[in-house]
Design a protein around this ligand. Structure first.
Ligand SMILES: *Cc1c(COP(=O)(O)O)cnc(C)c1O
Length: 421
């Protein structure tokens, strides 16, 4: 459920008309709902109770400072995957002991930064990383808290680019080798084990792959404890999917996911950490765009928008579906007509949807892409020297710009001219 509903024939974000925001900031723009963010965070936070737990929002899904502050105020921790994200989390006021550091390619500089600023744990993904981290920690007179990300070799049944839990993926350590690696942790001076980590992919629409992985994690936890290691935390990753196509999909609810976690892992006496990104912020955001032209082609009609693949790359990159709705509510029973919905960028890949049935629309009308809050703004670029589009946060009946659109001058001034020119 989200808080983008039609009211008196017009689309609202909570209690603010989307058209009012468009008039104030210009199109295209992203708009996010505080109430939806809050609701989604609480579904996980309350769903995991009474187990000790920490919901670490995977901030790569949307790392705007205002989003981070909204979630941190509710008690969220953060899952970061780079030094830049670590700095963003700290800048939003998140204490180090609520930040977990994931990713296959952490550099020594990033390790040092996190050890200096405070970190809950590093989720380590390889033995070379483990040795590098131990070295860095020893050089600082510190001991780094670690979990090992195990790769359980389960099929997440999701898009190949976002499946991470098969043995051919670059992520984690094969689960069969985990005991050796924990033995190495025990022998290294700069790291100590605090738990175990797994993350099998993103946009999963079935609970079974999660359950298969968590059963293996439970078994491994018992083995590692028998080997003498302290496994006090289980980081279960993120990845729960959202219904991008509302008429045609119903992925499992966070409450069902949490019930499964409690059933499979509830008797292990561990603190549960989860790292949801998409589920928290995906349906909490819209991309709002204006129709520039309606163009009739050879047997194909095009809606040419003022937003493009540089603003929202998911359709081009993952063949992703986004529901596209007009901001003025169509009349009940309005005739639908198929359009290719495209942007102005000079690539055929700049296509948001093909032959999408749309109600009557004309140049100047506003349309909204639903479920655009995750992996939208954060993956945007300035390709074609198109400015990064503004982000707006709604809270009840007011809204604020939380990242402004740069001017062309600001964009151009980032380039520097060598002295010989
Ligand atoms: C991307 C990622 C997540 C978040 O995935 P979602 O599908 O957005 O929930 C969590 N943990 C790790 C390690 C990730 O790489």
């Amino acid at each position: 459920m989200d808080h983008f509903l039609y009211r008196d024939g017009a689309l609202y974000a909570e209690d603010v008309a989307v058209a009012e925001i468009a008039a104030a900031v210009g199109t295209p723009f992203y708009v996010y709902s505080t109430a939806t963010l809050t609701r989604h965070f609480r579904l996980f936070d309350e769903g995991l109770a009474p187990l000790p737990h920490l919901v670490c929002y995977a901030m790569k899904a949307n790392s705007n400072q205002a989003i981070l502050k909204t979630l941190a105020a509710l008690g969220a921790g953060m899952d970061v995957v780079s030094g830049g994200e670590y700095q963003r989390a700290k800048a939003a006021g998140v204490p180090g002991e609520r930040i977990v550091f994931s990713g296959v390619g952490k550099t020594k500089d990033e390790m040092r930064m996190a050890l200096e600023g405070g970190i809950r744990q590093f989720n380590v993904e390889s033995e070379p990383e483990l040795r590098a981290l131990s070295e860095v920690a020893v050089s600082m007179g510190a001991v780094a808290p670690v979990t090992v990300r195990v790769n359980p070799d389960v099929d997440a049944k999701t898009h190949a680019k976002i499946a991470t839990g098969k043995k051919e993926n670059k992520f984690g350590i094969p689960i069969a080798r985990a005991r050796e690696v924990y033995a190495e942790i025990a022998a290294l001076p700069g790291v100590h084990a605090v738990g175990l980590d797994v993350h099998i992919g993103s946009q999963l629409t079935d609970l079974q792959p999660f359950e298969d992985a968590y059963i293996l994690v439970a078994e491994l936890t018992r083995q590692l404890r028998a080997d003498g290691h302290s496994i006090d935390r289980l980081d279960l990753g993120g990845g729960l999917g959202i219904p991008y196509e509302r008429s045609n999909s119903a992925p499992p609810l966070p409450t069902d996911y949490c019930e499964m976690v409690k059933r499979v892992l509830g008797d292990l006496d561990v603190e549960i950490e989860i790292e949801p990104g998409r589920l928290i912020v995906g349906n909490a955001g819209l991309l709002v765009s204006a129709v520039t032209y309606v163009k009739s082609g050879e047997g194909r009609d095009f809606l040419i928008l003022d937003s493009a693949m540089n603003d929202l790359i998911r359709p081009a990159m993952y063949d992703a579906w986004h529901d596209i709705v007009p901001v003025i509510e169509p009349a009940a029973g309005a005739a639908m007509h198929p359009f290719d919905v495209v942007g102005p960028v000079c690539e055929s890949g700049d296509t948001f949807a093909r032959q999408r049935p749309m109600p009557p629309v004309k140049a100047g009308d506003l349309v909204a892409f639903r479920s655009a809050g995750a992996y939208g703004a954060v993956m945007a670029s300035e390709y074609n020297t198109r400015p990064l589009i503004p982000e707006v946060l709604v809270h009840g009946d007011h809204f604020a710009v939380i990242r402004k659109r740069p001017t062309f001058d600001e964009m151009i001034e980032r380039d520097t001219i060598p002295e010989w020119l």
